[in-house]
Structures are given as structure tokens and as C-alpha cells.
Design a protein around this ligand. Structure first.
Ligand code: PFF
Length: 449
């Protein structure tokens, strides 16, 4: 209606249909798939957990994903303004603004980690990583505790700013169209390599051997939390990307394609990682310990390990970069609308601000700020914890309640009616909010088993 502000700086930018799906898969396939999913699957019952994860994806992940894209396309605006435009209530705009803030904060440290992967790609291809001793834990601690991470963080911000400045179809879409096929090729090469290693079976077994006795309430909450994280929900990304989607695009099939893509990549990542880890007698783990400590030790022993190692880190870097641009686009789109900046100006200013805000995170992983640990967590861990466990669940809750209760025309925009509409509404009104609240309580320690 009339008193809702027009989006300034809005150029009516659009994705093509295939470009949108690719970009959304690029966003969802990130470090989470590569270093979190395989490990939690192996630890919580293998194939049994995998099935549980699929269930969580279907009953909570996909409905919220569809809701976010629907809000974005319906509102045709950034992750704050879209809420306001659709209801004409300012308060929803403020709730939406929270996810803009979340994305900005996530990007501030995600860029640091993405930077590490670039450094390791280079070190691995040049063989430098494998010289002078084999204590990869020590090497990582020395690297992350120094000042080089700032350089790589800056490189990531510059790449993202450059891509985003080129626009939706000329930047985001093109970047994904170039990188994702490369990503697939590398993934298949590494999968072939890992499955042909001696003793690969033990790794596959750790990853997939079904153990239904390990499924309990706790693993369900872990599966749910990861479904959320993995689909990049609760931080305005799919709202922002959704605002660039053509009206003719079926959001329902896009939802299925994105969910399926995310799942497949996570699955193959497990097939790449565990045979490699087990074949060289190393211990499975997750996150930093897996990617930067255990796997380099495996590549060091593998014939042509520098190349396979380099390809592995390049894979991580691509996964991280295609996610990073989607995260940064949230505050970039917001600033264009809010302050009427051109895309170029918004990309540059937001990137610089994000870099500055990320400096303390970069220097707190064993660096000069590493010993500053209020409440037992470093700055890096605090930003990670607050965003993943507090702000993202709130963002997800806002989306479900908004679509379930406040905005009456969601079904029309989503193209759902009859049974599918009622099922979607039931999940958004009741199932998802309850699940999100349970995951939230569990992750902040207010609920335990
Ligand atoms: N979904 C991506 C991943 O799994 O890595 C991107 C992402 C989501 C990054 C949420 C960070 C985050 F907090």
C-alpha cells in the first residue's frame, strides 16, 4: 500500500530460473556440508541418522525454505523491507532487520574461515604444507594465530564485493555458474580417489552403517539444527535471493531441487572424507580439526597428495565462497534499499565494514586476542555461537510465524493450494515453531537429556 516506502536503488534485478536454483544450491552447500554433516552422521548412527536428517529436512527445513523464498518474491524487497511491505506493519520490518544483522555477523567470521581454505589451497598445491615436520595441528595453530588470516580474509571480502558489485545475474549467477560445475568435477575426482584407497570400506562403514539404537531425542535436535544451518535458513538469505526470482518460477520445485542438491553434496562429502581419514589410520572429527589437521596428515602420505590435498581445499574454498556471497548479499541488498546506494557502493561499504567487524574474530583463534575468553569462549566462538544458536533460530521463528499467522496471501505466492497448502501451513504454524524452540533451548543448554 501507499505509505510503505518504495525500495530505493531497486533495479528490478532478476535471476534466470536455472541460475536461481544453482545460486541457492551454492548458498546452501557450504562448510557445513563438508565438515559438519559427515561427522555428526558418523557419530549419531550413520544411515539411521541420515534418514532422520531427511525427515527433519522434509518437515522443517523445506517448509521454512519455501516460506523464505515466498516472502522474498512476494515482497520483492530485502530481508527487512519484505516483511514490512507484505503486512504494512513496521514491527515485522524490525524482526526482519534482525536477520540482516545476523547475516552481517555470520559473514564477519565466515570470511575468516573461507580465507583459511584459500591459504591451505595454495600451501597444498605448492607442497609447502607438507614440508618441515608433520604436526598439522601445530601448523594450523601457528597459521591461525598469526596475521596472515587477515590478508586472506581481505581477499575473500574483495572477491565477494567484486562479485556482488556486478549484480544478480552478471555477478552472483555467473559466479555460481562458473564455480559449481568445477565443484562437481573436483568432488567426483576426490570421491573416486577416496573410494579406491586401501581400507576405504572402514570409512564408508563409519559414515553409513545404520545404527538405530543411537537415535534419540538429542540426535533428532542435532539433525534439525543442522537441517536449518545447512539450508542457510534464518538469516534472510533465501528471502533476499527469493526477491530476485521470476514470477513464473515454481517455488515448490525450486525447494525440492535445493533440498536435494544440499543432501547429495553432504552425502558425497562423507564419501570423500571418511575413507581418506580411515585409510591413513586417523581419527574422524569435525570442523577445524578435520579439515585443517586430520586431512592434511592423510594427504601427506598419499601419492600425489599435494594435488589431491589442493583439490580438497579448493573444494572447500568454492563451497565457502558461493555461500559467502549469498550471506553478504543480505546486508548489501538492505543498504541499497535503505540508503539508496548503488549496488557498487553498497558492496564496497558493506564489505569494508564486515572486514573490520571480523578482525577480532580473525585474531582470536590463537592470535593476539586468543586468550580473551569471557564466559569461556573466544570472540570467534561467541560470534559463531550467538549467530548459529540464538539469532538464526529467532530468524527462523520469525519466518514461520509470519508466514503461518501474519501474512494471509503466502499460499498464493507459493503456488500452493488444497492438501499441499494445508500441510505447509500445519508445518509452519505448529511443527516448525515447536521444533525450532526445542532446538534453541537444547543448544543454549536449557534443555538436556
Ligand atoms: N549453508 C551453508 C553451510 O552449510 O555452510 C552456509 C552457511 C549457513 C554458513 C549458515 C553459515 C551459516 F551460519
Amino acid at each position: 500500500s501507499e505509505n510503505v516506502p518504495k525500495a530505493k536503488g531497486e533495479k528490478g534485478e532478476r535471476f534466470t530460473s536455472s541460475g536461481f536454483i544453482l545460486a541457492a544450491i551454492g548458498s546452501s552447500v557450504g562448510l557445513g556440508n563438508m565438515w559438519k554433516f559427515p561427522y555428526i552422521t558418523g557419530k549419531h548412527g550413520g544411515a539411521a541418522f541420515f534418514l532422520l536428517f531427511i525427515v527433519c529436512l522434509i518437515i522443517v527445513g523445506l517448509p521454512v525454505l519455501l516460506a523464505e523464498m515466498t516472502i522474498g518474491r512476494g515482497g520483492r524487497a530485502n530481508a527487512s523491507l519484505a516483511f514490512y511491505k507484505l503486512t504494512n506493519k513496521k514491527v515485522w520490518g524490525y524482526f526482519g532487520f534482525l536477520s540482516v544483522l545476523t547475516a552481517f555477523l555470520v559473514m564477519s567470521y565466515y570470511a575468516v574461515v573461507a580465507g583459511w581454505t584459500l591459504h591451505y589451497t595454495l600451501e597444498s598445491f605448492t607442497g609447502m604444507l607438507f614440508q618441515q615436520g608433520a604436526d598439522y595441528k601445530d601448523k594450523f595453530v601457528t597459521f591461525a594465530g598469526g596475521y596472515w588470516p587477515l590478508f586472506w580474509q581481505a581477499v575473500v571480502m574483495i572477491v565477494c564485493a567484486w562479485v556482488l558489485a556486478r549484480g544478480v545475474s552478471g555477478g552472483i549467477e555467473k559466479f555460481n555458474k562458473i564455480l559449481i560445475p568445477g565443484f562437481l568435477v573436483i568432488l567426483l575426482v576426490l570421491m573416486f580417489r577416496s573410494l579406491t584407497l586401501p581400507g576405504a570400506g572402514a570409512g564408508v562403514e563409519f559414515f553409513l552403517k545404520p545404527d538405530f539404537s543411537k537415535l534419540d531425542a538429542e540426535s533428532a535436535l542435532i539433525a534439525l539444527g543442522h537441517a536449518f544451518f545447512s539450508l542457510s535458513l534464518g538469516m534472510g538469505i533465501m528471502i533476499t535471493y527469493g526477491s530476485y526470482v521470476d514470477k513464473r518460477q515454481s517455488l515448490g520445485s525450486a525447494t525440492l531441487a535445493i533440498g536435494f542438491g544440499d543432501l547429495i553434496y553432504a552425502f558425497i562429502a562423507g564419501i570423500v572424507i571418511f575413507p581418506t581419514v580411515f585409510s591413513y589410520g586417523l581419527k574422524p572429527s569435525e570442523g577445524v580439526g578435520l579439515a585443517f589437521m586430520a586431512l592434511p596428515a592423510a594427504f601427506a602420505q598419499m601419492p600425489f597428495g599435494a594435488i589431491f590435498g589442493g583439490l580438497f581445499f579448493l573444494l572447500l574454498a568454492i563451497a565457502a565462497l558461493t555461500s559467502a556471497i549469498s550471506i553478504l548479499e543480505v546486508p548489501v541488498a538492505y543498504s541499497m534499499n535503505r540508503w539508496g546506494w548503488t549496488r557498487k557502493k553498497a558492496a564496497v561499504i558493506v564489505s569494508i565494514a564486515c572486514f573490520v567487524v571480523g578482525i577480532p574474530s580473525a585474531l582470536s583463534v590463537g592470535g593476539v586476542l586468543g586468550s580473551f575468553t569471557p564466559g569461556g569462549k573466544s570472540i570467534f566462538d561467541w560470534v559463531d555461537f550467538m549467530t548459529a544458536y540464538v539469532l538464526m533460530p529467532i530468524g527462523g521463528l520469525v519466518v514461520t510465524l509470519f508466514t503461518g499467522y501474519a501474512w494471509k496471501l503466502a499460499g498464493e505466492e507459493a503456488g500452493l493450494s488444497g492438501f499441499w497448502y494445508r500441510a505447509w501451513m500445519f508445518l509452519l504454524k505448529i511443527v516448525s515453531p515447536i521444533m525450532i524452540i526445542l532446538v534453541f533451548l537444547y543448544s543454549v543448554g536449557l534443555l538436556s537429556f
